[in-house]
Write a protein that binds this ligand. Sequence first.
Ligand code: FAD
Length: 461
Amino acid sequence: MNNNERVTTPLAPRRGEGGEAPNLIIIGAGPGGYRAAELAAKRGLRVTIFESGEVGGTCLNVGCIPTKTYVHSATFEEARQRMPQVVEQLRSGVEGILSHPNITLVKERAAFGETPLLVESVEKGIPIIIATGSETKWLPIEGIDSNPCVVDSTGLLSLDTLPKKLCIIGAGVIGMEFASVFHRFGSEVTVIEYLKECLPAIDSDIAKRLRKQMEKEGITFHMQCGVKEIADGHVVFENKKGQRESVDADVILMATGRKPRTAGLNLEALGIELYRNGSIPVDDSYQVVNSKSSKSKLYAIGDVNGRQMLAHAAEAQAKVVVEYIMDGSDSHLSPLASHLSPLASHLSVIPAAIFTTPEAACVGPSEDHLKAEGMSYECRKAFWRANGKALAMGETEGLLKLFSEPDGGRILGCHAYGAHSADIIQEVSVLMCMGATVEQLRQMVHIHPTLSEILLTAAES
Ligand code: FAD
């Protein structure tokens, strides 16, 4: 049997092989949904997973993978040529995962109170994982509607020709990554941002240095500016002095954030009230709160719960939830739940990276956050320009800030920008999961010459 044969069509039966009813339903086959399906199926559950689009979700089809293919292509033309191949290869890998005999993939939209299998499952108390992801948040800017020049990240990735002038509204992760890559491809890039600094989740010192570096390379930033109108070929904005200015652009990217995708799920049928930002409220075990009219245990993982909109966060939450479901009791609601899974207790340590040039990455709180919370901490710094490998690579731009409890105590977090900073931050994440101190880090031998010595230098400073 090949993969395609296992994909049911809307007319095909909804039950697993042999007509057995599923004992787990999943809505959405992105990194959260397909990982949950894989793990549950391997542990013997019969899983039915609904997917209204392509398996792999945002991450594989229009998110992490296509953007990183762009980041790692020399030209726009090379990126356009490579992207479909990379996506196709990975998508067939996910189809392979979902071809497990315990998994039935139903390629259609699922909605509570409408989709027969969902209605039946809720009635029977079968657990359901909602993993429907997120979508672009469009701001109500004058002139935006039906303007073909305005695109979101998915639209930008499907352009056949390189924009001459690209204007990006929003200097968050998506805006900054596209600014970096399209500038490298040869577009004239302007970024307009409402806030004082880019990348609000990153330490403001690091974010500012990264922005200044990108400015030095030729990207124009208008900070503390609000876009007022989009008209023929230009974007009108108000600067911090209240004066109107405009930027010419043949393509305008809306990169003002993403919102959880719940429209069409008909959550109202179960009496679920969303948070104001549109996310599904969950408790610490990712079980949906306020779902009293459901006999099923409902879980919401990944972008749709609005916690951390990152592919690896969605996958980690999937692992934890499957473990809870396999445990089969309410014991996970107790504070002792961490005995179930070391992963559950590690979910507060979620590293993140921004694949600009140079890249930026972080784990744990920023210095801004530590100050705002009034916490006692130490900050140790190290620079790329003082590292032998960075000099040899000609990658001397970068700063790492390591935060710990006072007196070389437990590591609290680390924020950095510079070549391969994501790899260094991954090391810090491991140390944080192990509860390591700066003192212990100092005792750990690092290969010479490597960029990871930057972390050691910070610890020793
Ligand atoms: P998704 O991947 O969005 O999957 C949800 C799936 O549910 C979709 O396939 C959708 O079709 C399906 N669905 C929705 N509603 C229904 C329904 N009613 N019935 C059936 N199916 C339904 N994250 C990173 O960690 N690293 C990165 O480098 C990175 N880069 C990104 C770049 C861009 C441009 C974007 C947009 C995102 C990026 N992300 C990145 C974020 C990452 O893509 C998401 O965090 C991740 O995909 C979330 O996984 P998920 O399983 O929650 O949802």
